[in-house]
Design a protein around this ligand. Structure first.
Ligand code: TMP
Length: 206
């Protein structure tokens, strides 16, 4: 089966502006390629199952948490991501495999090699490009605070968030697929930077 390489993920700490940038990017791609050629989705919960609710609200062991994120992803990949890629659509996904490496390995302490083995077993497709939205911890935390009603993972505390922040930084240095974008600027400037990355990576400049 031939699948397209138009698979883009957006990553960063909670409060980095992922949803806004995913929206702006998919609007821009829709204008260029047509609305029916773009799928905007997210994890956990993008396939509409109940796992997101359990993950964000129930306490559980680190391994259960990992396995639930993977089960959620399996459904998402099978039902949303792969069908869209098979139809040569653009897929813009908020959070994906790098969230699991960062949160469950660097954050919770499960060895990354074990998680990578599970990714391989699940045969998750690897994105062509990952945009890492880099925003300082204090800015992101105040955005999350202003929304109120934090979920279980957002409530873990500042030290955990700092750990996650350093992990994203490290991953964006180690992996060529991941491009860091300064997300502390005005949202339109950030959106311009994201588009520039896409134009370059996918040779979209006309
Ligand atoms: P969201 O609020 O950005 O949708 O994400 C929900 C939380 O789930 C967020 O704190 C990050 C966390 N998460 C993981 O810990 N591991 C994962 O694999 C994913 C996809 C999200």
């Amino acid at each position: 089966m031939r699948i397209s390489n138009r698979f883009i993920t957006i990553e960063g700490i909670d409060g980095c502006g992922k949803s806004t940038q995913a929206e702006m990017l998919s609007d821009w791609l829709s204008l260029r390629f047509g609305k029916n050629k773009v799928v905007k989705t997210y994890e956990p919960g993008g396939s509409g199952n109940e796992i997101r609710n359990i993950l964000l609200n129930s306490s559980m062991s680190e391994r259960s948490e990992l396995l639930l994120f993977l089960a959620d992803r399996m459904e998402h990949v099978q039902n949303i991501i792969l069908p869209a890629l098979c139809e040569n659509k653009w897929v813009i996904c908020e959070r994906y495999i790098d969230s699991t490496i960062v949160y469950q390995s660097f954050g919770r302490g499960i060895p990354a090699c074990e998680i990578e083995r599970l990714f391989a077993w699940c045969e998750f497709p690897v994105p062509q490009l990952t945009i890492y939205l880099d925003v300082p911890v204090d800015v992101a935390v105040s955005r999350v605070d202003s929304r109120g009603n934090k979920d279980r993972i957002e409530s873990v505390g500042i030290e955990f968030i700092r750990k996650i922040y350093s992990a994203y930084k490290q991953l964006s240095i180690d992996r060529k697929r991941i491009v860091r974008v300064d997300a502390s600027l005005d949202i339109h400037k950030v959106a311009d930077s994201v588009r520039n990355v896409l134009e370059e990576r996918f040779e979209l400049k006309s």
